[in-house]
Design a protein around this ligand. Sequence first.
Ligand code: AMP
Ligand code: AMP
Length: 360
Amino acid sequence: MHDEINEIIQDYDMNKITIGTIGSHSALNIFKGAKEEGFRTICLCKEEDQITYQRFPVADEIIILDDFKELLNREVQEKLRRLNTILVPHGSFIAYLDLDEVINDLQVPMFGNRHLLRFESNREKQKIWLQKAGLKQPRTFTAPHDINGLTIAKFPGAKGGKGYFLINTPEAFQTKAKDMIEKGFMKKEDMDQIYLQEYIFGVTIYPSYFNSRLNNEVELLCVDRRYESSIDSLGRISAKEQLNMNNLTPTYTVVGNIPITIRESLLSEYIRMGDNVTKISEEIAPPGIIGPFCLETIVTDVPEIFTFEISARIVAGTNVGIGISPYAYVKHGEEMYMGKRIAKELKVAIAKKKLNMIVT
Ligand code: AMP
Ligand code: AMP
């Protein structure tokens, strides 16, 4: 595939590159950055979401799809290539497309290392990657009867934590799982693929990095936390009222993100973590991470940093930095954010004729 993508790039008109993505998740972030760096933009979205990309006019062209899977259609791909498009993948590529098809059949250059997207749908692969990088992770339990202490139960797929639940014992697991199936949060078949992880009591911190292959440096650009329903509403009512609510099962459906700056003495560890994860990525999926990635961490009161997930692409948490994010500003001395950083890297690569280093 790499050779095919290289051939496609060779035919591209470098003065007329278009940045494209699916209309949702972090599309405004990506398009705004692309426009600020002088690129044309193309948005592939659903009819009902078109209003977003009309009211925030950062997409030069909008293609309406009935289903995001139509991105894989031959005619759509041909059109994208005709417009010299480089796609920027985000969370919706993972959530709504078949990853194998994206990796093997999407013959449109993508910014980033498409092979690393596969790690996102495979918790075991992620675990090994993070382990090799020396990052501390929550313990995992192989089967429900091993549950020992507060545990979070997760289902396959990146569905924004909808249906995650907490348990303390193997018995509680059986009761809660039944409840979740009845409520329609999970299917019976999901039970076999459930991932049981030690619940870390602390605050969630999501640092977003950018690995610049052109500068050979990992930049920490933005930090956020998620705003999740219903877990983030629990503190708004008293424990007494919570006890009166039948079947109260907190879930983790992401609704938005909140910007964060972190205690400065924690920064050095976060910076080293980003470097280590990048170094290992070069071994497990050459040439390793290209551009944005994010670690999902929890910090305890020790303070100790636990990492429970990694995304090797732009995350929607970087939307909190659109226009300006503090760390990006300190690093670049100008208004900078993930979408713009991606576009900037593409612009420099085009000028230096090194585009093949950052697209796959
Ligand atoms: P959506 O396009 O909103 O359906 O989201 C696609 C995927 O990205 C889903 O897995 C969501 O859970 C995730 N996602 C969407 N928006 C955010 C956000 N603001 N923060 C974190 N994750 C998100
Ligand atoms: P995820 O979909 O894996 O990103 O997780 C959704 C949410 O679940 C996170 O934003 C956290 O609030 C919470 N979470 C996930 N794993 C853990 C864990 N091991 N300990 C505590 N909270 C967690």
